[in-house]
Write a protein that binds this ligand. Structure first.
Ligand code: TGC
Ligand code: FAD
Length: 404
């Protein structure tokens, strides 16, 4: 492929033929600014992501160099204020940008989700003015990479049970514990870490690379999200200045609010992965001939394609409506859960159907299908698993809590 003899990766010459699909003219519901943002990101993905992503994914390497480009196209915190390193756009623009990025690769969308929604957003929303000024411009420009530490080895779906904690030490606190499955942790300059204070209440701290006792080993062996780097965060008596504690939130609602923001982006992003699979399957079905005619002419292939575009269209409408609610400040966490769950599952089902349409070729990296499919297995699990989001909806409609 596009590997050089010295191990470096050059851009593949293969043209990315992707075209958007908009069966219900959802574009008509978007503003000119939304469409401009969409087209700019789509172009960037075609130029910078598509020609390299198969090779990075194949090697399980993270294309770090994309951080700067992501910053330049405004992918970090698109809906945060510009003065704090964000893009100053609305929630629909944020969603569309995530959709176009995930059309390229879920791992690239993850880079943007974590930086914008899980690192910049908590500092913006819960940080002091000094913390905002110190970190947000560097994060927004891609000079700093951030990560978000909530999950622990023994506390994934139930983060409230976390054991990472800190105790008082004058003008510092002493942090102990470990976080697991943390996107970007091995390369991050700062980590927003959620830990229990001496009263057992959850608070956020900004832990900086190089602080004594802080390490972030990489997790190897992933078959999913291979172009994204994942690691642990290990804290052994780390002295963190008190000025690094996020002052404006106490309790699990702090990290869960950040998750609401990121889950919203995933609800849009997953549509991008689905669209790429559908686009590839549609084109393949018109070119590939068996029994003397294009396989797209067979009823069973048409059933697959028709169901795919139907599900994509439903997901597009769900995301758009969620976006209008979010713009009005009215999108509830449960509504976001429903959209994240539905759209990620939809995308995974579409990847599986698209793989069948590609026959044997569908399992190769000549086509993006298997990469999307494997990526989506992670997306189905992180930011709250498929079943956890179901239970959130169940709790919302019945008023009964299945978690307690
Ligand atoms: P519970 O008692 O229900 O809630 C505690 C407090 O939080 C409030 N709350 C929320 N606030 C904002 N947004 C949300 N989505 C919220 N959900 C709940 C709630 O109102 C309450 O507030 P208060 O004021 O009464 O204290 O909490 P629980 O312990 O029973 O847990 C509920 C549950 C299971 C739904 C929750 O813990 C959960 O969502 N679990 C899933 C964990 C998860 O999503 N982890 C994701 C880790 S980060 C990640 O995966 C990043 S991937 C990055 C990438 O690469 O893209
Ligand atoms: P568990 O919680 O152990 O769940 C295992 C199974 O049990 C699931 O099917 C789950 O649905 C089910 N289950 C659990 N509780 C219940 C219940 N009450 N009822 C019914 N079924 C239940 N976390 C971060 O903090 N930051 C990150 O940047 C981050 N990035 C990630 C990147 C990758 C590649 C991956 C794979 C994960 C990442 N995560 C991150 C962690 C992710 O959020 C967790 O994996 C996820 O929340 C699930 O936790 P768990 O893996 O411990 O599974």
């Amino acid at each position: 492929m596009n590997s050089n003899i010295d191990g470096t990766i050059t851009k593949s010459q293969k043209t990315d033929l992707y075209e958007g699909h908009d069966y219900y003219n959802v574009d008509h519901l978007l503003s000119e600014d939304h469409l401009l943002a969409r087209d700019a990101v789509r172009q960037w993905v075609k130029q910078e992501v598509s020609p390299i992503i198969e090779e990075y994914s194949n090697r399980a390497e993270c294309p770090y160099h994309l951080f700067k480009g992501l910053a330049e196209i405004g992918a970090f915190g698109p809906s945060l204020p510009e003065e704090y390193g964000g893009g100053g756009m609305d929630e629909i623009a944020y969603g569309i940008i995530m959709q176009e990025l995930e059309r390229g690769d879920s791992g690239v969308r993850s880079m943007a989700s974590v930086q914008g929604s899980l690192v910049m957003y908590p500092i913006y929303r819960f940080g002091s003015e000094e913390q905002r000024k110190k970190y947000l411009p560097k994060l927004g420009s891609g000079e700093f990479i951030g990560c978000f530490g909530l999950t622990e080895p023994d506390h994934g779906s139930n983060p409230g049970g976390m054991i990472t904690h800190f105790k008082d030490d004058g003008d510092h606190v002493i942090l102990n514990g470990a976080k697991m499955w943390i996107t970007n942790s091995p390369v991050a300059d700062i980590a927003v870490v959620w830990a229990k204070n001496p009263e057992g209440k959850i608070q956020g701290l900004i832990v900086e690379k190089g602080m004594e006792g802080f390490t972030a080993p990489e997790i190897h062996g992933k078959w999913s999200l291979r172009a994204s780097i994942t690691g642990e965060l290990v804290f052994e008596d780390v002295r963190v200045p008190k000025e690094n504690i996020l002052p404006n939130v106490v309790g699990l609602k702090g990290p869960l609010s950040c998750l609401s923001k990121a889950r919203y982006g995933i609800a849009w992003g997953a549509i991008g992965a689905a669209l790429d699979c559908y686009d590839s399957a549609l084109r393949y079905s018109l070119q590939r001939e068996q029994f003397g005619k294009p396989i797209g002419g067979f009823q069973l292939t048409q059933k697959k394609l028709a169901e795919m575009i139907t599900e994509i269209t439903k997901a597009q409408l769900l995301a758009w409506r969620l976006g209008t609610l979010a713009n009005d400040g009215k999108a509830t966490p449960a509504q976001i859960s429903m959209a994240k769950r539905n759209n990620v599952h939809m995308a995974l089902e579409i990847a599986r159907e698209a793989r069948q349409i590609h026959g044997g070729m569908g399992i190769t990296n000549e086509y993006p299908i298997m990469r999307h499919m494997m990526n989506l297995e992670t997306v189905l699990t992180y930011e709250g698993t498929h079943d956890i989001h179901l239970l959130i909806t169940g709790m919302d409609v019945t008023g009964l809590n299945a978690f307690k």
